[in-house]
Design a protein around this ligand. Structure first.
Ligand code: NDP
Length: 263
C-alpha cells in the first residue's frame, strides 16, 4: 500500500486526509493518506523518506522550505519558488505547485476580474500573484511586514505595507494570510479592512472550514464572497492526479473528493 501525508504547523485542521482517502477508497486505489505535524521545515526531506512516503502535500508555513528540499521542481512551482505537492520518483523528491490553478478553478464564476488586491505575502500569495499576472490581471499586494514584498515588486505587482497603503477600487480582494486560521484576527487593521471592503466587488479567503473575521466583515456588507473550500478542492484534484500518476480520470477524482466535503 502506498502512503501519503500532509506536512504543516498547524496541521490538525487540514481536510486533505479526508479528501485524498475518499478518492483512494471510492476508486479502489491501494493507498492511505495521513497527516504529519512538522515544526522544523528543514527536516521535511528526511522526514518524508523516513516515513516511506510516495507523495505528500505541504501547507503553512513550509511551502518555501519544500521548494528548497526538492531534487527537481516542475511546472509552475519553478516560476514561484513555492511547492505544495511532493512526489517520490525513484527516491528523488519532485516538487509541484497546484495551489494557483486550484484557485483559478475556485474563482471561475467571478466575472470581469481585472484588478486584484492580495492580503499577505507568503507562499500562497506568491503562487496566486504569479498566476494572476499570467492572466494579465493587475495585482496589488498588502502585507503586515515589508521584507517579503520585494519578490512581488520584482515580478510587477504594486505593493503596500499597512503604513503605506493607498486605497483604489478592486474587482477582487483575497486573504492569503493565516490571520483567522487559528485565531479571530483580521488580516489587517480594521480601518484598512473597512476601506478595502467598501471598494471591491468580490471577496475570497484561502482559509476554509470557517467564516473568518475577514469574511464576516464581507458578509456584513452583502458582498459576494467565498472561502477556501473550492480552492482546496481544485488543488486537491490536481495533487491527487500526480499521486496516482494519472491512472484515474480527473472527473472521477473530483467526484470522489467532493464526497469528503459532506463528511
Ligand atoms: P505563509 O506562512 O507562507 O504566509 C503567511 C502570510 O500571512 C504572511 O504574509 C504573514 O505576514 C501573514 N500573516 C500571518 N499572520 C498574520 C496576522 N495575524 N495578521 C496579518 N498577517 C498575517 O502561509 P501560506 O501562504 O502557506 O498560507 C496562508 C493561508 O492560506 C493559510 O491560512 C493556509 O491554510 C491557507 N491556504 C489555503 C489553501 C486552500 O486550498 N484553501 C491552499 C493554500 C493555503 P508576515 O510576512 O508579516 O509574517
Amino acid at each position: 500500500m502506498q502512503l501519503f501525508s500532509i506536512f504543516g504547523d498547524p496541521v490538525s485542521h487540514s481536510r486533505s486526509p479526508l479528501m485524498h482517502n475518499s478518492v483512494f477508497k471510492n476508486c479502489n486505489y491501494n493507498a492511505c493518506y495521513t497527516r504529519t505535524h512538522l515544526e522544523d521545515g528543514s527536516r521535511l526531506k528526511e522526514t518524508f523518506f523516513e516515513l516511506g512516503l510516495s507523495g505528500a502535500n505541504v501547507t503553512v508555513p513550509h511551502k518555501e522550505a519544500a521548494f528548497n528540499a526538492c531534487d527537481e521542481v516542475r511546472g509552475f512551482a519553478k516560476t514561484v519558488g513555492v511547492v505544495n505537492t511532493l512526489i517520490n520518483e525513484n527516491g528523488k523528491l519532485i516538487g509541484y505547485n497546484t495551489d494557483a490553478d486550484g484557485f483559478m478553478y475556485a474563482i471561475k464564476e467571478f466575472q470581469e476580474i481585472k484588478k486584484i488586491l492580495i492580503l499577505g505575502a507568503g507562499g500562497t500569495a506568491k503562487a496566486l500573484a504569479s498566476r494572476f499576472l499570467q492572466e494579465h490581471i493587475e495585482v496589488n499586494v498588502i502585507n503586515r511586514s515589508e521584507g517579503r514584498l520585494n519578490y512581488f515588486e520584482n515580478i510587477g505587482c504594486t505593493t503596500y505595507t499597512w503604513q503605506t497603503f493607498l486605497q483604489t477600487d478592486y474587482d477582487l480582494v483575497v486573504n492569503t494570510t493565516s490571520a483567522g486560521l487559528k485565531d479571530e484576527e483580521l488580516p489587517a487593521p480594521l480601518d484598512i479592512i473597512n476601506t478595502i471592503l467598501n471598494n471591491t466587488s468580490y471577496v475570497a479567503d484561502a482559509i476554509y472550514g470557517k467564516l473568518t473575521p475577514f469574511l464576516k466583515e464581507a458578509k456584513k456588507r452583502n458582498l459576494i464572497y467565498k472561502d477556501g473550500a473550492d480552492m482546496l478542492l481544485g488543488q486537491g484534484v490536481l495533487a491527487n492526479e500526480l499521486f496516482v500518476n494519472k491512472t484515474l480520470a480527473k472527473e472521477k477524482i473530483k467526484n470522489a473528493m467532493q464526497k469528503s466535503f459532506l463528511l
